[in-house]
Design a binder for this molecule. Structure first.
Ligand code: ZN
Length: 284
């Protein structure tokens, strides 16, 4: 199953086009894409029964984030072996966790303000939680996942790494628009192997990152087990699963995002996001 946020309404992608969930269900399910995760199991069952209703064409320019207001957003640092190597860091023994504040979420085709000349890209696979999740074992963790989508963990490296300790990871990665997700949410059953997907991004046509999620240090089930042992995860929560090698900050010379750039981010069998940028230093 593939779902979208089209014109701020929840849509189900079918062979014929996009079915508006609220209309086709006679009001049983909400039009608000963020509200569906509270009823995820019932919604999945209904969607499997091939609902029909008025169909509209998929319009890539009208897509918003598939989860506009996630309750919590977790992000994992250093989760690809090759990225740990380029950063000159040892492999972590446990997941390195920070947050991207929910106000930084945006859609898959927006223009994003650059608060400085130090903004970097990080292509990431994003997990969307579909059930209340607490003390879940790795073996059962996939059953708690609503689906997968694409994300960018945009990062102002100067704010992120600014001394004194502790570094401001969460703030440096949470400027408005720094958590784009989309274009669709795809359920795990749609993948031949959801633990092994190609991921990457290009900046103004130049390949910057290219990897497979099978290079993860911590698998998606392991991350869910680890987090859910600490606190409850809520339906609609996002987990940014880390980025592979190739980020601009680690390049020699550095390659950071400018207002002239277009950033294209893709994951196998999900699709791609396309972002533009403009200079807009934050006013104080
Ligand atoms: Zn990241």
């Amino acid at each position: 199953m593939r779902i979208v946020n089209q014109h701020n309404r929840l849509g189900l992608i079918t062979a014929a086009g996009v079915v508006d969930v609220n209309t086709a269900s006679g009001g049983r399910f909400p039009s608000d894409p963020s509200a569906i995760f509270a009823q995820w199991r019932k919604f999945r069952q209904w969607a499997l029964e091939a609902p029909d209703g008025p169909v509209t064409e998929l319009d890539a320019t009208a897509l918003g984030p598939p989860v506009p207001r996630p309750p919590q957003v977790f992000a994992i640092g250093l989760n690809y072996r090759d990225h740990a190597a380029e950063a000159g860091l040892e492999l972590p023994a446990t997941p390195q966790v920070f947050t991207k504040f929910p106000g930084s979420v945006t859609g898959p085709t927006t223009t994003i303000d650059l608060p400085s000349a130090a903004v970097d890209f990080e292509a990431e696979l994003v997990v969307v939680i579909g059930l209340p999740t607490r003390h879940v074992e790795s073996e059962n963790a996939w059953s708690h996942v609503a689906g997968l989508t694409i994300g960018q963990d945009l990062s102002d490296r100067v704010v992120q790494l600014k001394p004194p300790a502790p570094a401001q990871f969460s703030l440096g990665k949470s400027f408005a628009g720094f958590a784009p997700i989309g274009p669709v949410l795809v359920t795990p059953d749609e993948f031949a192997d959801p633990d092994d997907l190609e991921i990457g991004c290009t900046l103004s046509g130049e390949q910057m990152q290219k990897a497979r999620t099978s290079d993860f240090i911590f698998s998606i089930p392991d991350i869910i087990a680890y987090l859910s042992a600490v606190l409850p995860l809520f339906p609609g929560d996002l987990i940014f699963t880390g980025t592979p090698a190739g980020v601009g900050w680690a390049r020699e010379p550095k390659r950071l995002i400018t207002a002239r750039d277009e950033l294209l981010t893709y994951v196998e069998n999900i699709g791609h996001m396309r972002h533009r940028f403009r200079d807009a230093p934050p006013s104080r």
